[in-house]
Design a protein around this ligand. Sequence first.
Ligand code: SF4
Length: 281
Amino acid sequence: MKISVSMLSSYLFCPRKLFLQRVLALEEPPKESIVLGSLRHEIYDFINQQEEKIVTSIKDKAQYNDLIAIYKGFYSRILREKIIKNKSRIKGVNLDIVDVFKKTWPLILGEAETRAKNIFDFIQKYNLYGNELWERLTPKIISEQRVESDELQLRGIIDRIEVYENGYVPIELKTGKMPKEGIWPGHRIQIIAYAMMLEERFKTQVKEGFVNYLDAKETRHIVINPFMKEEIANLVKEIKELLKNQEPPGYCENKNKCTTCGLKETCYNEAEVSTLLSELQ
Ligand code: SF4
C-alpha cells in the first residue's frame, strides 16, 4: 500500500501523532490555520485553472497597467466567491469573513502582480498575444497535480509545478510561520519526494524545488540530489513499520510541538490511549 507524502512530514513532526491519527483514527479539531490554508489552496488552484483564459484574452498593445487591472479584477472576484463558499467553515473557527478577505487579499494581489509582470516581460521580448502568447509562454503552471510512485511506494498532490522547456520545478505553498533560515524539515521532505516522483513520471532529472511561504511572502530554494532518494525510501520503510505496529511511539522531545497539537489531551491520557489500543485487538 502506498503512503501519502503528507505522512512523511507528519512523521518528522511527531511519530506518535501520526500513530494516533492513522492507527487509532483520532482527528484533530478544526483549526484556524488549517481552514485558512485550505482556502488559499482552493483559490490558487482556481487561479491556475483560469490562467489560459486570462492569457488568451490579452490583446495587442496591452500595457503593464492593463494586465494588472485584468488580474486584479479577476482575482478579487475569485477571492470573494471562495470566501462565501467556505463561509460556514470560516465561521466554525470563529473568524470573520471580512477579516479573512483583508488578510488574504495582499497575498492574492502579490500573485496578480507577479503574473502580470511575467506576461508583460514575455510580451516585450516576443511581441506575442492571444493564443500564440499562451502556447509560447513559459513557465506554464500546473496546480494540484496528483502523482504516485511504484518504486518509492508514495502518492501525493503537488501544489504547483512550473514547466519550463528544459524541465519541471515542484513548488509547495505554505501558510503559517517560516523558519529563520532554510525550510522546515517536513516541507523539505515533501519537495524532495515530489521531485523524485516527477523524475520517475517524466523520466527527467529534477534539480531543484521551492517552498513559497505565503504569509512571509518569501520563497526558499532546495537543491535536489540523487542521494536524497535513499532518505525518502528509509522514511517510507519506517512509516510502514509504524502503521503495522500496535505500540505507540514515545512522546516527542520538543514540548513546544505539544503546545499547538490538537491531540494533546488524548495523547497524554494514557488510560484513554490504552482503551483505544485494546479496541484494535
Ligand atoms: S501532544 Fe506532543 S507527543 Fe502527543 S501527539 Fe501531539 S505533538 Fe506528539
